[in-house]
Design a protein around this ligand. Sequence first.
Ligand SMILES: [Zn+2]
Length: 79
Amino acid sequence: MSASSNARALVAGSKRECLGCGKPLTDRQKGACSGRCRAKLSRQRKATSHQHRDDELRVLARAARQAIEALERRLGDRA
Ligand SMILES: [Zn+2]
């Protein structure tokens, strides 16, 4: 391998590498080097969005609980 092709490989590697394992990608590969890495990435994405939704639900649940507690306090005052 010549020095210039090594440099090209380094540039290409630094620009595009597998998001699953960090290996340099060839021009034809997008995002992941193999089906296994693609599957890993899509699993991670799913887990992340699931985590995000859980966080939002927790915030909603807390707000609902606070609203119910405030309502109970008001009803308690009236009784
Ligand atoms: Zn990979």
